[in-house]
Ligand binder design. Structure first.
Ligand SMILES: [Zn+2]
Length: 294
C-alpha cells in the first residue's frame, strides 16, 4: 500500500518529477561515466560529480535540489569537526512483526549507506553556537520511520532539553515504516510528545522539510517546528494525490504538495535555497539564543 502511494505521487510533481525509487539511492545515469559525471534528470545539464558535490548537489542549470546524504548534510551545516559524536549510533532495528525479508533489507541498506538507520543525530556547532541536529537519510528504507528512527529522534530531543539547546531536524521520509506496522505509527505520538516537552521548556525547534517529507513523518514532528522551513521543490504531504482527489472529488492544483504551494498557503514559514540554509539557520538560532540569555 505504501508503494502505491509513492507511485501516485511520482506522477504529479510539477517540480520536475523526481522518482524516489530511481533517484534517491544513487544518481548516476547510465549514459555518462559512472561516478565521474552526473546528468540532471530535470534539465539535462551534465555536471562533473565533484562540481555537483561542491554545489551541495544543486543543479546549476535548473536549481533542482538533489538529495543529500545525512553525512553530507551534517558537513554542509556544522562547523568543521564539531560533530564529534553521533548519538545512539549503535541502535539497530529488529523485526518485531517478523515481516518477511525485513532483516535482509535492513542489512542491504546498512551496507549500501554505511549507516545503521535512516536518521543520524548528534551535537555540533552551527556558526559557533551549540545545537542538537538530526538528519534523516532517504537512501535508507526511503527514510521511513520505524522504532529506531522514532527513538533516536526522541532521545535527541531529550538531550536538547537536558542541555537547553536548540534542536534542528532535517526530514526526508516516505513516512511510517510498513514493516513495523503499529510500532512505527506509535513513533508519531512519541516524538510529538517529546517536542511538546521541549516547547514547555521554551526551547527552539526548527524543522527543515526536504524532498520528500510525506506520510507519518509529515504528520508528526516534521510539521511541529516553531519554525518550519522547506527546500525548494520539496514534495511535502500526507496522502497521495489520487487518494485525496477521490476523497474530496475535486481536481487538485498542479503544484499541490510542493514546498512553494505550502508556503503560499501558510503551512510553511520559509522556503530556503540550500546555499543559504546554513546562514538562515545560524541567524534564527542566534536570534533565539540571544533572547534566552536576556
Ligand atoms: Zn537541472
Amino acid at each position: 500500500m505504501l508503494k502505491d502511494l509513492f507511485g501516485k505521487k511520482r506522477k504529479f510533481a510539477t517540480v520536475p518529477s523526481v522518482s524516489m525509487t530511481q533517484e534517491v539511492p544513487t544518481v548516476e545515469p547510465k549514459e555518462v561515466p559512472e561516478g565521474l559525471m552526473h546528468k540532471c534528470s530535470h534539465c539535462g545539464t551534465i555536471h562533473y560529480s565533484k562540481d555537483l558535490e561542491k554545489n551541495l548537489r544543486v543543479c546549476k542549470g535548473c536549481q533542482h535540489h538533489f538529495p543529500l546524504s545525512s553525512p553530507e548534510r551534517v558537513q554542509s551545516l556544522l562547523d568543521n569537526g564539531s560533530f564529534t559524536e553521533e548519538f545512539d549510533a549503535n541502535l539497530i532495528s529488529d523485526n518485531p512483526l517478523n515481516f518477511p525479508g525485513y532483516e535482509d533489507k535492513l542489512e542491504q541498506d546498512r551496507s549500501k549507506t554505511n549507516l545503521n538507520e535512516a536518521v543520524i543525530t548528534g551535537e555540533g556547532l552551527l556558526q559557533g553556537m551549540p545545537v542538537v541536529l538530526g538528519v534523516m537519510d532517504s537512501r535508507f528504507r526511503m527514510g521511513s520511520m520505524g522504532a529506531v528512527v522514532g527513538e533516536k529522534i526522541t532521545r535527541a530531543i531529550e538531550r536538547a532539553i537536558e542541555r537547553k539547546l536548540p534542536f534542528i531536524l532535517f526530514s526526508a521520509s516516505g513516512g511510517a515504516r510498513m514493516q513495523e506496522g503499529m510500532i512505527s505509527l506509535m513513533q508519531m505520538a512519541k516524538t510529538s510528545a517529546a517536542l511538546a516537552q521541549m516547547e514547555n521548556e521554551r526551547l527552539l525547534f526548527i524543522s527543515v522539510l526536504t524532498h520528500p517529507t510525506t506520510g507519518g513523518v509529515s504528520a508528526s514532528f516534521a510539521s511541529l517546528g516553531d519554525i518550519n522551513i522547506a527546500e525548494p521543490g520539496a514534495q511535502i504531504g500526507f496522502a497521495g494525490r489520487r487518494i485525496i482527489e477521490q476523497t474530496i472529488r475535486q481536481e487538485l492544483p498542479k503544484d499541490f504538495q510542493t514546498a512553494e504551494f505550502l508556503l503560499k498557503h501558510g503551512q510553511l514559514d520559509m522556503v530556503v535555497h540550500r546555499k543559504d540554509m546554513r546562514d538562515t539557520l545560524g541567524t534564527l538560532v542566534a536570534l533565539h539564543t540571544h533572547r534566552e540569555g536576556e
